[in-house]
Design a protein around this ligand. Structure first.
Ligand code: SAH
Length: 257
């Protein structure tokens, strides 16, 4: 018995067990006793997670995979949740105990997975897993690079990100068109020293027109002329570190007309 790969669900099954083992081994085990695997498919990674000293829960949208897992993984201590990770209410399902997120993720919803984790960061001390390489790099990238953008800044404001290793298409069935990359995000225990909604707004507005200087791209925020004279406004968003975005947000919060 095996599961027929469905393209619209982003199904690319990992065939190299060493990579599954490496992803399971990359989890830090720091500050949580349970993990939620997104998209277990036929359970190649699940098998290695089950050898670890934490409880493994899985969420899988594909009915055929769920049936397969129910037949194969009766020793799963956690739950097999049939459904869509993007729709699940994490606190309602899991209470407020910490929960790490892990997976060889469905690539068609990569950024949405990261944004959902950011929204639920109170509960999620870590995310470790595989994305298409381009997205993994965007999450991990530092300022000064073309790939540095909203996803990089918002993620790194709350998580310490490490790019771990690259995985070629040949180890999946069917092979994807692109390389994949495994990353680890570990939550920082500091709070943002500025208003979070304002920080999100500044970052998004700045990168909306990433080729323009901040003086131009932040016009919709109606800042005072004196603030806009500050030298930081002559820069483009990709030149600003996460720390510089925080400082910029603080200046904007204190702007007086
Ligand atoms: N972990 C498996 C499968 C990876 S493919 C392996 O490494 O072989 C991605 C998996 O995510 C598929 O099984 C797909 O059905 C599942 N999936 C896709 N969208 C999902 C969603 N929104 N919520 C939960 N699972 C999803």
């Amino acid at each position: 018995m095996s599961v027929r790969a469905k393209k619209h669900l982003g199904q690319h099954f990992l065939t190299d067990e060493r990579i599954a083992a490496d992803i399971a081994d990359a989890l830090t085990h720091n500050g949580y006793q349970r993990v939620l695997e997104i998209g277990p498919g036929m359970g190649v990674l699940t098998k290695y997670l089950l050898r670890k000293p934490f409880t493994t829960h899985v969420i899988e949208i594909d009915q055929e995979s769920v049936a397969y897992l129910e037949a194969q993984y009766l020793n799963l201590h956690g739950r097999i949740i049939p459904g869509d990770f993007l729709k699940i209410d994490l606190p309602a399902f899991f209470g407020d105990e910490p929960l790490a997120i892990v997976g060889n993720f469905p690539y068609n919803i990569s950024s949405q997975i990261v944004f959902k984790v950011l929204e639920n960061r109170q509960q999620v001390p870590e995310l470790t897993g595989m994305f298409q390489k381009e997205v993994a790099q965007r999450i991990a990238e530092k300022e000064g690079s073309k790939k540095y953008g909203i996803l990089s800044v918002l993620t790194q404001a709350f998580y310490e990100v490490s790019y771990l290793f690259t995985v070629p298409p040949s180890v999946f069935r069917p092979p994807p068109k692109v390389d994949s990359g495994v990353i680890r995000m570990v939550r920082k225990n500091t709070r943002l020293p500025v208003s979070e909604p304002l920080f999100f707004k500044v970052v998004k507005t700045a990168f909306n027109q990433r080729r323009k200087t901040l003086r131009n791209s932040l016009k919709p925020m109606n800042l005072s002329d004196s603030l806009r004279e500050d030298t930081i406004f002559a820069k483009r968003p990709e030149q600003l570190s996460v720390q510089a975005f925080i400082e910029l947000t603080s200046k904007i919060a204190n702007d007086v007309f």
